[in-house]
Design a protein around this ligand. Structure first.
Ligand SMILES: *[C@@H]1O[C@H](CO)[C@@H](O)[C@H](O)[C@H]1NC(C)=O
Ligand SMILES: [Zn+2]
Length: 495
């Protein structure tokens, strides 16, 4: 007979365990059984974390609350988030998670950073805001000091204020605008029967928001508001994926990427001044293949630019391997441009896109965006673990974009149970109707992790977000110390 090959490391930990399984006469020894269970539990995310007495108390409380939720008639992680959202808001576990210092948000896209309520209730109420409906009934916005010119997709621009007054139903009008800017709906299954339909709406919403957000004065307030929403959810640091779009003024003046980057830096500094317990924010430049520009920006703004990512829907876009020449440029030029690739955001096994994960690792990615497919790539999984390439898990995004319906079946359950490097993020909060990270933490903690995920898991996930950030080592230490103070205060509040 032959046995499967095994890495030496696994062998070393397995030998004494194999001995525990050795045949006994009659009933297995309960003490051995106990040992095996503890050994297995220790492998999960946070499984080796030792909890203080106060933490143990909170842990026991969370477990009781979670048990109640799991036995309730409707279990939120099992239903579509758009239907589960109000249930989650009522959840006692969720309320604890909101108060919990969650560390950093490492995977959020700039165009969906801020809730649509604010976009509509604040931004579209500003003067000089024009709207236009295209032939396929999506909307465009533009700020202009005079009647905007017709464009190929937009012939008839109206002032939002005029139109709102004309309808006689401002609340209904605002609601209809919001529907254009988010995927959130009461009937997700009816409106989004498949991945193509939901992605089409996704892209329309992006375009609709762009006209508002790329107006320079709006962008300034938008970024501030985005940091505010994260800070309100007890998050202390952000790495924002952004294409650094050009921004425009009322008179049509256009600012370039450098201007936008400087604005981002300025707003972050202002926010830290107003909220000294906020640690900061950096940008991961996310565009299709503008590598040379990204190299230059990273060189010029090393404290703000973390690195580079390619964005768009993987399933219909080009693969990383297709861009191999461009992606090799930094190395050829002797430049450093850390990569933070989206990879494996797919449920189609064996396709080219499915192979993106290995290619991402080949190009030395620092983290993997989504990595939904990682659990069934044994080699890629091993490499990512050994090289500490964390997976950015965004559960609600995966559910809304139809990779998984019941989050208990999310493949990251495997990753969590074996302590794979993981961080939790929200991807496109405004499109999914979330703010901050608490909703995604809830799904990971209650749905994906199940009953075995505990306070140690949460603590490890929060610490991971700092550990796997792009911050230089000394800044990580400072951020972690700041997080620890918040964490201790949070825990002692419950004892
Ligand atoms: C919009 O927000 C900005 C700052 O975020 C604030 O100064 C302004 O008063 C708000 N405007 C409206 C119409 O709510
Ligand atoms: Zn993303």
């Amino acid at each position: 007979t032959s046995s499967p090959p095994m890495a030496c490391e696994d062998m070393a930990t397995l030998l004494p365990l194999l001995w525990l399984l050795a045949a006994a006469d009659g009933m297995p020894d309960p003490a051995r059984r106990d040992l095996l269970m503890r050994e297995e539990a220790s492998r999960q995310t946070g499984g080796r974390t030792t909890l203080t007495a106060a933490e143990q108390k909170l842990d026991a409380r969370l477990r009781r609350l979670k048990e109640q939720e799991m036995s309730a008639a409707s279990f939120p992680p099992a239903v579509h988030f758009f239907k589960a959202k109000s249930l989650i808001q009522e959840s006692s576990v969720f309320k604890v998670l909101q108060k919990m210092p969650k560390g950093a948000a490492l995977h959020i896209h700039s165009s969906s950073l801020v809730g649509v309520d604010w976009l509509v209730k604040n931004v579209t109420y500003r003067p000089n805001c024009y709207v236009c409906y295209t032939w396929d009934n999506s909307v465009r916005f533009v700020f202009s000091s005079r009647q905007p010119f017709p464009r190929w997709d937009c012939f008839y621009w109206q002032l939002v204020q005029t139109l709102r007054d004309k309808t006689g139903d401002p609340a209904g009008f605002d609601y209809s605008l919001m529907q254009h800017l988010t995927l959130f709906t009461e009937d997700p299954d009816g409106e989004y029967p498949n991945q193509d339909v939901v992605w089409e709406k996704f892209e329309k919403a992006f375009i609709a928001a762009a006209g508002l957000i790329t107006h320079a004065p709006v962008l300034r307030d938008y970024l501030y508001q985005g940091l505010q929403e994260l800070h309100d959810d007890n998050i202390l640091y952000l790495e924002l994926r952004s294409g650094l779009s050009k921004t425009y003024e009322l008179d049509g003046t256009v600012h370039d990427k450098v201007w936008t980057l400087k604005l981002f830096q300025e707003v972050t500094q202002k926010f830290i001044k107003d909220h000294p317990d906020f640690f900061g924010a950096r940008i991961i430049i996310s565009v299709k293949a503008a590598i040379k520009e990204a190299i230059q920006l990273q060189r010029d703004f090393p404290a703000v630019v973390s690195g580079f990512d390619m964005v768009g829907r993987e399933d219909s876009g080009r693969t990383l391997w297709y861009f191999r020449e461009a992606l090799s440029l930094p190395a050829e030029l002797g430049a450093t441009l850390p990569y933070f690739f989206h990879a494996g955001e797919t449920d189609d096994e064996g396709t080219e896109v499915d192979q993106n994960i290995l290619d991402a690792l080949l190009f030395d990615t620092k983290r993997i965006g989504h990595g939904y497919a990682l659990a069934h790539h044994p080699l890629a999984k091993e490499l990512s673990r050994q090289r500490n390439v964390a997976v950015e898990l965004c559960p609600i995004s995966n559910q809304v974009l139809k990779l998984v319906s019941d989050l208990r079946n999310h493949p990251a359950a495997v990753l969590m149970s074996e302590g794979h490097p993981l961080v939790i993020s929200s991807d496109d909060p405004s499109l999914f109707g979330t703010t901050g990270l608490s909703y995604d933490f809830y799904q990971a903690f209650v749905g994906i992790g199940g009953l075995k995920a505990n306070l140690g898991t949460l603590k490890e996930l929060a610490l991971n977000s700092i550990r796997y950030s792009s911050l230089p080592a000394h800044e990580k230490d400072v951020a972690q110390a700041a997080w620890q103070r918040k964490w201790d205060a949070f825990v002692s509040n419950y004892s």
